[in-house]
Design a binder for this molecule. Structure first.
Ligand code: NDP
Length: 489
């Protein structure tokens, strides 16, 4: 019998209507990884009730006590990293080293916010009336909903859980329907690290049903969402009914600008890692590459040689460098985006199809792909490309590269590659994105706020700003000297 059930009130429970579904391996869709209980609207309600009831107990623990629980949770994640990573690879498709990195980063995030929990503090303010004193106090927001996507389900869950718990909130997680297993396994461990029952709950089920019940439930105060921009807009509109707090981490179409004076080899390595890890299914992946005209052909030749060496395969196989796409939907979307580019005159320099070999026939594999002569109106430019396809463009002036980089509704990440740091800093101030990396590749940093501009999101995760997401700021005014006030005196 499946071990994967909902987590409500500290207990592993079946959904009330006892519905289950099979989770399949994207590298071999004939392989059932496991069965999982599917939550219903009623399960969502009981999870919120449980989180609401636990709020007093958890929020009244001292920040130092909360910090200890978070540290223990980090240790538990580290101790079980191999076990969680294996299930993550089997349900999501990414390679085992990528899964291990994800679990270790999740543990590191718990440690980081364990360190910040005891620093949560307000301040005393001198007011213009000397008889009164002002205070700014920080309070937990309340019951928080974490809705997560399938591309990096554990870390994108933990980057919400750790600061929310550090701040004294209680939580209900709604994992993506196709990747609930690693999230459930991780939450079982985190929950046993000393959280009062009900402080952390997980309800599986469809976002459009269970997710919407969680968002609109009157006992919920805050929604932390990661997913597609269109879903984010829906989440925001539902949350606005009760003016609930919302943070949104949404899609991206990150540009990478490589100038002629850049460190050529470093830039090639960065483009490869940033575009092809997790089979291109990373929000902050490089999705459009702009290379200065004088080095364009040399760059194209070299990256095409390197891309041909990327070994694709089942993520559990130690020789695999790139796993499959996550689902049939993703595969169909990538095929359609490449087809559209070719129809509009694009040249496919490498890849552009599924691999032919028989070992790949039962998985959602797609070859790493490079496209040039890509029309600005093609879907490879106008949409988020969530797969291993890299369109490469040439530019003559930095202003032209910046203008094209900004010609999108997205604004998540970007990078600029040049040895001229003055040029880099000027470009960084003009590129419209939440993060710009200079001579460095698109990688999250726990100590820096991460989040998008424009339609890539609202609010920040990671760093101090990530903690602020889960705190309310309140002003208190104390009439410290008992001064009397009379109306219209
Ligand atoms: P989706 O928006 O399809 O789904 C994300 C989550 O939202 C899932 O749990 C889903 O549930 C749920 N959901 C779907 N519809 C609703 C609804 N109406 N109400 C409430 N919840 C709902 O995104 P994907 O899972 O496809 O994730 C990929 C996307 O995430 C990409 O666009 C990527 O760029 C973005 N992303 C952004 C990051 C960032 O930091 N900016 C980081 C990582 C990814 P269900 O699975 O049941 O449909």
């Amino acid at each position: 019998m499946s071990q994967y059930k909902l987590l409500i009130d500290g207990k592993s429970v079946d959904s009330l209507d006892t519905q289950k579904t099979e989770i399949r391996n994207p590298a071999n869709y004939n392989e059932v990884v496991d069965e999982v209980s599917v939550g219903s609207v009623e399960d969502a309600k009981r999870a919120v009730d449980s989180a609401y009831d636990a709020l007093k107990k958890w929020s009244e623990q001292t920040p130092r006590a909360r910090s200890q629980v978070l540290l223990k949770a980090a240790d538990s994640l580290d101790t079980s990293d191999a076990k969680i990573a294996e299930i993550l690879t089997r349900e999501q498709g990414k390679t085992l080293p990528e899964s291990l990195n994800e679990i270790r980063l999740s543990a590191a995030i718990f440690r980081y916010y364990a360190g910040l929990a005891p620093t949560i503090s307000g301040r005393r303010v001198e007011l213009s009336d000397p008889d009164e004193t002002g205070f700014v106090v920080k309070l937990p927001v309340g019951v928080t909903i974490a809705i997560t996507p399938w591309n990096s389900p554990v870390v994108l869950m933990c980057v919400k859980l750790a600061p929310a718990l550090a701040a004294g909130n209680t939580i209900v997680v709604k994992p993506a329907s196709s990747t609930p297993l690693a999230d459930l396994m991780a939450c079982e461990l985190i929950s046993k690290a000393g959280l009062p029952p009900g402080s952390l709950n997980v309800v599986t089920g469809k976002g459009s049903v269970v997710g919407e019940e969680l968002i609109t439930n009157k006992k919920v105060s805050k929604i932390a969402f990661t997913g597609e921009t269109e879903t984010g807009k829906r989440v925001m509109s539902l949350a606005s009914r009760d003016v609930k707090r919302v943070s949104l981490e949404l899609g991206g179409s990150d540009p990478m600008i490589i100038c002629a004076d850049a460190d050529f080899d470093l830039a090639i390595d960065a483009a490869l890692i940033s575009r092809f890890r997790n089979c291109g299914q990373v929000c902050m992946s490089v999705k459009r590459l702009y290379v200065e005209k004088t080095i364009f052909q040399r760059f194209l030749d070299r990256i095409t040689q390197r891309i041909a060496k990327i070994r694709i395969g089942n993520g559990l196989n130690p020789t695999s460098k790139m796993g499959p796409l996550h689902s049939k939907n993703q595969l169909e979307k990538i095929k359609e985006q490449v087809f559209d580019a070719v129809n509009k005159g694009s040249k496919i320099n490498y890849g552009g199809s599924q691999p032919n070999e028989s070992e790949f026939q039962n998985g959602y594999f797609y070859l790493p792909t490079i496209a040039t002569n890509v029309d600005q109106n093609s879907k490879l430019v106008t949409e988020e490309v969530f797969g291993p396809v890299l369109p490469i463009f040439e530019f003559e002036t930095i202003d032209e590269a910046i203008e094209k980089s900004n010609d999108t509704q997205f604004g998540l990440g970007s990078s600029i590659w040049t040895k001229d740091l003055d040029k880099a800093m000027k470009a960084a101030s003009k590129i419209q994105s939440g993060t710009t990396w200079v001579n460095s590749y698109h990688e999250p940093q726990i100590d820096l706020p991460f989040g998008g501009l424009k339609e890539s999101g609202l609010g920040k995760e990671m760093a101090l700003e990530g903690l602020e997401n889960y705190l309310e700021t309140k002003a208190v005014v104390v009439n410290s000297k008992g001064k009397k006030r009379r109306w219209l005196d």
